[in-house]
Design a protein around this ligand. Structure first.
Ligand code: ADP
Length: 380
């Protein structure tokens, strides 16, 4: 740890500097020790080579000295700073810490031996800081690579889906033609077989179309803005394709503003509210939308938005599975669907750096929880 961990002592008092240097050279025989007499000389030394630890001995307790500490902290190498003073003046020490000083040591008692211990700690701290920075930059690099790879995979899926859709639609049209024009030449069994084949083909085309749209979601997520969740949710409810014979009540609580792509977030909540209505087994369908709480994490603040229904609930074994593409749950009433809605919900939420999960058990309704950024995401 010694070589390559140079220490700079800035001291305008030559005799004091000599005493400190001889103590340090005993404790750190292999370390490059450099002394600068005065702030100007210290600043120049730091500009000509990086130092891991800077020791400031007896700075004048005035604003100029604290400004000097700030200047040191603004240097690219941002050294750790140890300040030494004869007196333990709390206002001086506080001001030094505020300016960016890392440690302070009062020159009393056996301070010379304490000095070696403190310098050793500071060198270790500096090593850990550098290791953290190195790891952070590797994580950020890996993240960028992963995003690039995901983007290429999306592009591949979108172009594959696009290319498959054409020939499938052509076969679909030809089967329609045969069923319309040559129906009289077919016996009942042949007609039924062709009809079944054509229905399967239509489902396959819908799946390919869904894959195409799923793969294109990332493009839209690049465009995010501030939005009112209250307005967005009112739009969702008015866009809801509702059967007039159904008794449906959708209650919207007070919702905050958020950050995201309005089209994509509308899709998320339209899917969740539509499902709440579609799968409800009660004569009176009740859906509640509310903000459960706002949390602050490393990426910034996120709102937890809940969509709660009074439907049949969902078996624990299905809680993760139903978010997979084309996965469907136990639907005893045989409701139709392609099993795509929740996969799209999850993908959009993840594109907003959020999470979606489910709180539900059979017989007690379901609550889908979605986290939405409250403000622009802080990625680094
Ligand atoms: P789809 O509705 O087309 O099946 P989704 O991905 O939207 O596709 O939903 C997957 C499955 O999750 C559904 O088949 C259903 O079993 C279950 N599900 C979703 N929402 C609810 C809900 N609110 N209540 C009960 N079951 C639900």
């Amino acid at each position: 740890m010694n070589i390559g961990s140079p220490i700079l002592l800035i001291d305008s008092n030559a005799a004091a500097a000599q005493g400190i240097l001889s103590e340090l050279s005993k404790q750190f025989p292999e370390t490059l020790l450099h002394v600068a007499h005065g702030e100007q000389a210290g600043f120049e030394a730091l500009q000509s080579q990086p130092f891991e630890v800077v020791i400031l001995d007896e700075l004048a307790p005035d604003s100029g000295s604290f400004e000097f500490i700030r200047q040191l902290k603004n240097l690219d190498d941002d050294p750790v700073i140890l300040m030494l003073s004869e007196q333990a003046d709390p206002s001086l020490i506080n001001a030094a810490y505020e300016a960016g000083c890392t440690r302070h040591l009062v020159k009393e008692g056996s301070w010379q031996s304490d000095l070696a211990v403190v310098v050793r700690q500071l060198l270790r701290m500096r090593r850990l800081e550098q290791e953290n920075l190195r790891l952070l930059s590797r994580v950020l690099e890996a993240n960028v690579m992963l995003e690039e790879r995901n983007k290429r995979l999306d592009e591949f899926c979108a172009s594959l889906a696009h290319d498959i859709r054409g020939p499938l639609a052509a076969v679909n049209m030809r089967l329609d033609y045969v069923l319309d024009e040559a129906s009289s030449a077919l016996d009942q069994r042949q007609r039924k077989t062709l009809q079944n084949a054509n229905e399967s083909l239509t489902r396959l085309i819908d799946m390919v179309q869904a894959m195409y749209e799923y793969a294109r979601l990332g493009d839209k997520a690049a465009r995010m803005e501030g939005l009112s969740l209250q307005t967005l949710m009112q739009e969702v409810v008015s866009d809801l394709p509702l059967d007039a014979s159904l008794d449906v009540e959708v209650r919207i609580g007070d919702l905050p503003t958020a950050w995201g792509n309005p089209d994509l977030l509308r899709k998320v909540f339209l899917n969740l509210v539509s499902n709440a209505v579609k799968y409800c087994d009660k004569p009176s369908i009740k859906v509640e939308i509310f903000c459960a709480r706002t949390t602050i994490g490393t990426l910034g603040a996120f709102h937890e938005i809940a969509v709660r229904d009074n439907g049949p609930g969902i078996l624990e074994v299905d809680h993760h599975r139903i978010f997979q593409m084309f996965a469907r749950g136990e639907n005893p009433r045989g409701e139709e669907g392609g099993g795509i809605g929740l996969a799209v919900v999850q993908r959009i939420v993840e594109l907003h750096y959020g999470r979606v999960w489910l709180e539900s058990s059979p017989g007690s309704g379901s609550t889908f929880m979605v986290t939405v950024p409250a403000e622009p995401i802080r990625l680094a």
